[in-house]
Ligand binder design. Structure first.
Ligand code: NAP
Ligand code: HSE
Length: 446
């Protein structure tokens, strides 16, 4: 950071100039003067790093500022703030650690990296005097990281439930409202820049898992390993299921659910498509919007809604972090949780044990394709009875032409383990024509 008589110069480096990187510079450049006056600094873009310097880009910057070697930017002494907006975990991790060890401020939208290497990164920042900011990593335009670390810090959270993958929500909403196919809507989501470079991260629930892990860490001080969670995507959800869910009084949303039972010392984390009652606020969060409901012992339930993916919402969060970083660099800001606090956060989670499948109770929706023949549903009910799974509602649809039937039912709460055992038995039934679709039914009580 260099200073002149009138103002400090802040040098910015951007690693990754794709959807998010270009959005950050586009909006920052447009509001730069106003930002500089507010902060009393001069902001200068030192350089950006990309893979392909010849690619046609929406946002133009001089060729001399475009590099392909990230270290050219990381090591440049003029760069005080580094925005890691390239994604991935290997090179992005190396760059992040290198910059933090040089005492720089690093800003990211990279939830996969935090989820995988959060401990190492927070420790490096704490040890070497770097700063790490990651508001853009979860729920784009919703300031959920700040809410957990600052505004809602008085609380112990028994439940955090959210729609935190914009792509899944966009797909499910447009399939439902416009009757469009999964592939058609996915094509639009890609064009709009919502989808990860590796799109299975979105479609298989992994991106939501990464974000849920970050929220769980901030709320409970525990890095939740993948093996202790339920992670499912939306690939198996069909238009038919969306319609059937309506018949039962629900909408299907891809949810992240983090629960903590403080009395029993138990915690659960799951991300999966779930049926959610039509009258819940989250059931009405549509399109690329995200929504997060947090239930704390002091505040009660607070729900935050905003755009969860895309260039502008994500850029808004990154720019907010750039402003925080500048304040810290100026030494003028009281930053609520320091890097040392964040690194030490993990000690808080020691008292929470991840619940086993025998300890997690959920209501389920099941959809079977059955041969249209007497006695076939009796076999399904025999298995449900063996596993002590009690049925709440049943709707059956006949397809006379194909001599098949669709049998849908909802259950009362049962353990995940009992449902897993039942599913193994269903798969062996010759009268069940394809593996049944199983979705969880969200209810605040289970
Ligand atoms: P993107 O459009 O694919 O952009 C990635 C950028 O990184 C591109 O400019 C690419 O260069 C550059 N890059 C990739 N590998 C590189 C390498 N080895 N060396 C140099 N440059 C490299 O991705 P994005 O959507 O902006 O996402 C960036 C990050 O933000 C990811 O961590 C993502 O999870 C996160 N995020 C995205 C969104 C969203 O809505 N898109 C929202 C929140 C968070 P080229 O342009 O030359 O290929
Ligand atoms: N692919 C992510 C999503 C981007 O759809 O939510 C925002 O993190």
């Amino acid at each position: 950071m260099s200073s002149s008589a009138s103002s400090l110069k802040i040098g910015l480096g951007i690693i990754g100039f794709g959807t998010v990187g270009q959005g950050v510079w586009k909006h920052l450049a447009a509001n730069k003067r106003q930002m500089e006056v507010r902060l009393g600094v001069k902001i200068e873009l030192i350089g950006v790093c990309v893979r392909d310097p010849d690619k046609k880009r929406e946002v133009q910057i001089p060729g001399t500022q475009i590099h392909t070697d990230p270290n050219k930017i990381v090591d440049d002494p003029r760069v005080n703030i580094l925005c890691e907006l390239m994604g991935g975990t290997t090179l992005a991790g190396d760059i992040t650690l290198r910059a933090l060890r040089l005492g720089k401020a690093v800003i990211t939208a990279n939830k996969a990296l935090i989820c995988e290497h959060g401990t190492k990164i927070f420790e490096a920042a704490s040890k070497h005097g770097g700063q790490y900011f990651f508001e853009a990593s979860v729920a784009g335009g919703i300031p959920i990281i700040k809410s957990l670390r600052e505004g809602l810090v008085a609380n112990r959270f028994s439940e955090i439930v959210g729609i935190i993958n914009g792509t899944c929500n966009y797909l499910l909403t447009r399939m439902e409202k416009e009757g469009l196919s999964y592939e058609t809507v996915l094509h639009d989501a890609r064009r709009l820049g919502y989808v990860e470079a590796d799109e299975s991260l979105d479609l298989d629930g992994v991106d939501a898992y990464h974000k849920a892990v970050i929220l769980a860490f901030l709320a409970h001080g525990k890095w939740v390993p993948r093996k202790s969670t339920l992670v499912e995507g939306i690939r198996n959800v069909t238009l038919e299921d969306i319609r059937r869910a309506h018949d039962f009084g629900y909408r299907i949303k891809h949810l992240a659910v983090i629960r903590r039972n403080f009395a029993k010392g138990l915690m659960t984390l799951g991300v999966y498509p779930a049926l959610i009652p039509l009258d819940k606020v989250l059931a009405r969060v549509d399109g690329v919007y995200n929504g997060i409901s947090l239930t704390g012992d002091v505040v009660g339930t607070t729900t935050l809604v905003g755009r969860g993916a895309g260039q502008d919402a994500t850029a808004s969060a990154v720019i907010g972090d750039i402003v925080d970083a500048i304040r810290v660099l100026k030494g003028s800001a009281f930053h609520f949780l320091t890097q040392t606090d964040l690194a030490a956060y993990a000690t808080l989670g020691a008292s929470a044990r991840m619940a086993t499948l025998e300890e997690i109770h959920t209501s389920f929706y099941l959809r079977f394709k059955l041969r249209d023949k007497h006695g076939v549903s009796a076999e399904v009910y025999r298995i449900l009875a063996e596993e002590k799974i009690s049925v709440a509602r049943v709707i059956q649809y006949e397809h006379a032409a194909t001599r098949q039937g669709t049998h849908t039912l909802s259950t009362h709460p049962v353990t995940e383990a009992a449902m897993e055992r039942a599913l193994r038995k269903f798969r062996k039934l010759r009268t069940v024509l394809e593996p049944p679709l199983v979705l969880r039914i969200f209810s605040p009580e289970n």
